[in-house]
Design a protein around this ligand. Sequence first.
Ligand code: ATP
Ligand code: ATP
Ligand code: MG
Ligand code: MG
Ligand code: MG
Ligand code: MG
Length: 269
Amino acid sequence: SFNMAKSKFEYVRNFETDDTCLRNCYIVVRLDGRNFHKFAEQHNFTKPNDNRALGLMSRSARSVLEEMEDIVIAYGQSDEFSFVFKRSSTWFKRRASKLMTHVTSQFSSSYVFYWKEFFGEKPLLYPPSFDGRVVLYPSNRNIKDYLSWRQADCHINNLYNTVFWTLVQRGGLTTAQAEDRLKGTLAADKNEILFSEFDINYNKESDLYKKGTTLIWEKRDETVTKRLMLPNKEEKDVSVTRSRRRVETYHCDIIGEQFWEEHQDILED
Ligand code: ATP
Ligand code: ATP
Ligand code: MG
Ligand code: MG
Ligand code: MG
Ligand code: MG
């Protein structure tokens, strides 16, 4: 715009530092809700897992995939979501701050924009925010291990939270007593408490809670019926099939190799 480029103030641009992401690496942007422990309490989230909140997180992540270029997979649980850009991406010249802020602000504004679709008349009490970070992973093994780490975290937290809230809600313990009871317990002990004291088989809990949410792009054939006007002014219905790219949602294991074998186009060689 007019003369700004030539002003004597122009030199201040040189204070900007280069944050180009190393080439050939997967770029991960992970965001996490700020102080969502409190946000969950103030909006009466169901414990341990509020389906509305999980649905809204997924919906917001979908909006990120649909609006940003080059994201090949996203994984989310609790108040966090990770977005993986393909290693060959040149979006925003791979500038870390641009990628991170675009992802995080698209997500945050979607969270507010779609709130009503999930929470209905329940009012949003204040504007929520999310932090973002960028991490680079140079190999396919590293990026799979990154996603495995997040999914393992989901499992560990969900097992803990499921027992904790069962002890409180059904066992009549105070939160302090439940915390005490679980101190030092291993996964097997937690499964055992659920099974022998509450008749709950943890394996039968919802995969949405145990596995989190994975979003990927998939090609699907879509058939639509179109009404054509023939030259003689007659109308005719014809079906047209075309392959469309759309975001698909999974609540499945991504730690084992099966998922990656079934979706070989996600990662590059
Ligand atoms: P980019 O994504 O690269 O930032 P952009 O379209 O946002 O692209 P900017 O250089 O940031 O480009 O310019 C913002 C534009 O938004 C302005 O050129 C103007 O057209 C419009 N705009 C912003 N604020 C106002 C406003 N208050 N009134 C009218 N137009 C506005
Ligand atoms: P920080 O700002 O450091 O991230 P935080 O309070 O957001 O602090 P987290 O470790 O991110 O801490 O944990 C998020 C918390 O949000 C969970 O511990 C849980 O209390 C709550 N939460 C998030 N999503 C849900 C959900 N779907 N159902 C119930 N509670 C949820
Ligand atoms: Mg945290
Ligand atoms: Mg948080
Ligand atoms: Mg978190
Ligand atoms: Mg602009």
